[in-house]
Design a protein. Structure first.
Length: 341
């Protein structure tokens, strides 16, 4: 077996435990985090293809909304609806790219009558699984799924699996631009191309091409851009009124937060999405050493030091008032914010 020379943690015992769990059970649910991104969905579908190929019964679910293009990936038909989820009684839950049970909208509760396998790369992961494969040095959860499949048998890394995993690495590294783009990410991406992943098609479809409605909505969202704290904090928002006026949906806002984060001299940025009268989802970004994952955890969210997400059960304006105070604390050097009032 070819061995990745830059893999730091092999998780040999954990992978053996996972293989035993898979061999001993039949029915599996693969669960992702709320508003799943490309790494989450790519990892879920790659793992689902493996389980399906070995004859297991498998379904996928992630709460919230995801970009429409993700559901053109291989095996996307394995995603079930929230109504179908009610009748799903899995023996085993694989929670992928999900640092806490709360990030599944509390659909998963440790201690219930099923086994939980937790595979993730977020530093805020709470090790809630019966088996935990957590490595914050991994650029993406897709890297960890690749490690597992490599340990089991590389014949299961088909071209479809390779495309899903490559997409996860591509998007979680920002097209190999972000600071998490390490040697293992590049080496794994190269191997996935050998297995049949198509870098050009994936970059074209998931980074370059945009729907017309998405660009119309983006124009309105960019109009909401404001600077705070002497230009060091940027806010953007998408309201329900913007959606009604421009068309599109929340799933079209994938990647919008990067525009606020890209403003010159901005150190911290927040993108607010109004999901309802008393529900706002916030994406946070940091361009310095401030830890936005700690801030997200304060509200039951999670993520990475430089990229995190959370949900606030308030209206849009009061949510912004809360977050600006937290970001002011971070800028002042207080990276351990107190509990929300």
């Amino acid at each position: 077996m070819k061995v990745n020379p830059v893999t730091e943690e092999t998780f040999g015992k954990e992978f053996e435990d996972i293989s035993s769990i898979i061999s001993e059970h039949k029915k599996f649910l693969i669960l992702g985090h709320i508003d799943p991104d490309g790494d989450c969905i790519g990892s879920m579908l790659a793992f689902a293809q493996y389980l399906s190929d070995i004859g297991k019964e498998v379904a996928c679910f992630a709460p919230g909304q995801a970009a429409e293009g993700f559901f053109r990936l291989p095996k996307a038909e394995l995603f079930i609806t929230e109504e179908e989820l009610k009748d799903c009684a899995p023996d085993v839950i694989f929670a992928l790219d999900t640092p806490t049970p709360a990030r599944t909208a509390d659909l998963m509760q440790p201690g219930e009558n099923h086994i939980i396998v937790n595979i993730d790369h977020h530093p805020t992961n709470r090790r809630y699984g019966n088996v935990n494969v957590v490595d914050e040095r991994a650029a993406a959860t897709a890297v960890l799924v690749f490690r597992f499949l490599s340990a089991v048998d590389r014949k299961f890394i088909t071209a479809d699996v390779a495309n899903c995993l490559y997409l996860g690495i591509l998007l979680d590294t920002g097209g190999f631009r972000f600071q998490n783009t390490n040697a293992e990410a590049l080496y794994t991406a190269a191997e996935l191309v050998e297995f049949g992943a198509d870098p050009h098609s994936l970059a074209h479809e998931f980074i370059y091409v945009k729907y017309f409605r998405t660009l119309k909505l983006l124009a309105s969202v960019l109009g909401s851009l404001t600077l705070h704290c002497g230009g060091k904090v940027a806010f953007m928002e998408v309201s329900m009124e913007m959606l009604e006026r421009n068309g599109g949906s929340m799933r079209d806002t994938e990647g919008f937060v990067d525009y606020a984060a890209a403003v010159d001299d901005v150190e911290l940025s927040a993108f607010f999405r109004e999901m309802g009268p008393a529900e706002v989802r916030v994406s946070l970004r940091s361009r310095n050493n401030h830890d936005v994952a700690l801030l997200a955890e304060k509200y039951g969210g999670g993520g990475h030091r430089k990229a995190a997400g959370l949900t606030i059960n308030r209206d849009l304006e009061s949510s912004k008032d809360l977050i600006i105070k937290d970001l002011e604390n971070l800028l002042a050097g207080n990276d351990h914010p107190c509990s929300p009032q």
